[in-house]
Ligand binder design. Structure first.
Ligand code: SF4
Length: 445
């Protein structure tokens, strides 16, 4: 797949197979949290139904174009996918399986279709036994719970709709239904948070033994209510809100995270991600290791064959373009619509000619220059604790990493920020602490 001069995405059929992660965006939430700048909002049932029609059309539009790819990971994120009827999620899964070849361990002519990592994000307060059972039937085998804190006063401050107790009930329900791969998302550096309250969050969460824990620091994003409260001049709004932790507390919070999670058997494999052995998030790891991905749904980003693009973030544009696509499919000679889009070679309409209609949703198509690819190779790869391999750099770019980054590597090594160890380059503990600074050093001007 590549971008042509007009910015359309053309998909090449290739004899070999390459790996493709799928991300599917569900942009609906029960209520907007005060700190959130994700593309998500509450919506009525009609909007949700129309959105899923559009999403199924987008998925269907790839039918017949995916022969060169196999899909080992699928991630249904949001928003809050668990806030909508599970029937929609099941329909999405059916469409994905019809259109994409899912599986891992591909050889030239065989693959393991059974070991696909399929994650759905679920928020406590929107989950029940029926939903979890239907997800399982649809093949979803990993649940990512957005818990954020075990303290109800912190949850309330964040604008979350759930209590810790609701989360714990949902978590135990998922376990009782046989989910063996669960992630729990946490956020540190919350307003008013103390080292003790964060330590309790970590210990109570780890005590539940999920396979994976993500622990991100709160970032105050522009355009959110939290920005007005903490970065704006709205002193009347901020009245009654506790202060953000000071720098020392923030640093201490970060420092205890790794130690406490290690104590419970979790290995830090990325700056903010920890897992039990064998349970790293394969989907997210593929972003950090430069594997291509296709995003479907509102605002979703893709990186295919070194071409980056994203879908429009406008709901009306997205739905309009997908509807137009359906209309064209319905008007095609066989009268097919996206619910019955073809397996290929079955005398169905040539939907290739319809692709330009759907590319109406694509924005910011950018072919990455080699320099940008090198930057991403370094600063995404170094997010992983295993770091990057010089040999892999050489194989990919046909030039030694030291020829490009020799000076930067020497400087960071002498500052104790990276370990420069034969084939392997990785961040030190100190380098991880100030990773934003270290990773920025790999930008090539
Ligand atoms: S539930 Fe998640 S996506 Fe929805 S508003 Fe809250 S933080 Fe944002």
């Amino acid at each position: 797949m590549y971008g042509d001069m007009a910015g359309n995405i053309i998909i090449k059929r290739e004899p070999g197979l390459s790996r493709l992660g799928l991300y599917i965006h569900i942009p609906f939430c029960v209520k907007k949290c005060g700190y959130c700048d994700f593309l998500s909002a509450p919506a009525d049932e009609d909007t949700i139904r129309i959105y899923f029609d559009a999403l199924l059309a987008e998925i269907g539009s790839y039918d017949g174009r995916t022969e060169g790819y196999y899909v080992p990971t699928i991630y249904i994120g949001g928003g809050t996918p668990s806030a909508v009827s599970p029937d929609y999620i099941c329909e999405v899964m059916k469409a994905v399986r019809r259109v994409f070849r899912t599986g891992i361990n591909i050889t030239d002519d065989s693959y393991d279709a059974g070991d696909v990592e399929i994650t759905v994000e679920a928020n406590p307060g929107t989950v029940n036994g029926e939903k979890l059972a239907l997800y399982k039937e649809a093949g979803i085998n990993r649940i990512s719970f957005g818990l954020q804190s075990v303290h109800d006063h912190e949850l309330k401050l964040l604008g979350r709709i759930h209590t810790y107790k609701q989360f714990e009930e949902n978590y135990r329900l998922a376990r009782s239904l046989g989910y063996g791969n669960i992630n729990i998302d946490l956020i540190s550096a919350l307003p008013g948070q103390t080292i003790n309250s964060w330590e309790e969050t970590l210990r109570i969460t780890a005590g539940l033994s999920p396979e994976h824990i993500s622990a991100y620091s709160l970032i105050i994003e522009e355009g959110t209510p939290f920005y007005d409260i903490y970065k704006g001049n709205a002193s009347e709004i901020s009245y009654g809100y506790p202060d953000l932790p000071d720098e020392d507390t923030d640093r201490a919070i970060y420092a205890i995270t790794k130690d406490i999670l290690n104590e419970y058997g979790y290995h830090q494999y990325e700056i903010s991600n920890y897992s039990r052995p064998g349970y790293i998030c394969r989907h997210n790891a593929s972003y950090w290791t430069g594997i291509q991905y296709l995003g479907m749904g509102l605002g979703a980003s893709s990186l295919i064959e070194n071409t980056r693009f994203n879908n429009t973030a406008s709901l009306s544009e997205y739905i309009g373009a997908c509807k137009e696509y359906c209309k064209n499919v319905k008007n095609a000679p066989s009268g097919q619509n996206y619910h019955s889009l073809p397996g290929t070679d079955k005398g169905m309409p040539d939907i290739n000619c319809l692709l330009p209609d759907l590319t109406g949703i694509r924005r910011n198509v950018e072919h990455l220059q080699v320099k940008q690819q090198m930057e991403e190779f370094m600063f995404l790869g170094l997010r992983m604790t295993k770091g990057i391999s010089r040999d892999a750099f050489l194989k990919r770019f046909n030039i030694h990493a030291d020829e490009i980054y020799g000076e930067v590597l020497r400087k960071l090594e002498s500052g104790g920020l990276i370990l420069n160890d034969g084939d392997n380059i990785r961040l030190t503990g100190y380098g991880t602490d100030i990773s934003n600074y270290v990773l920025a050093e790999f930008m090539l001007n």
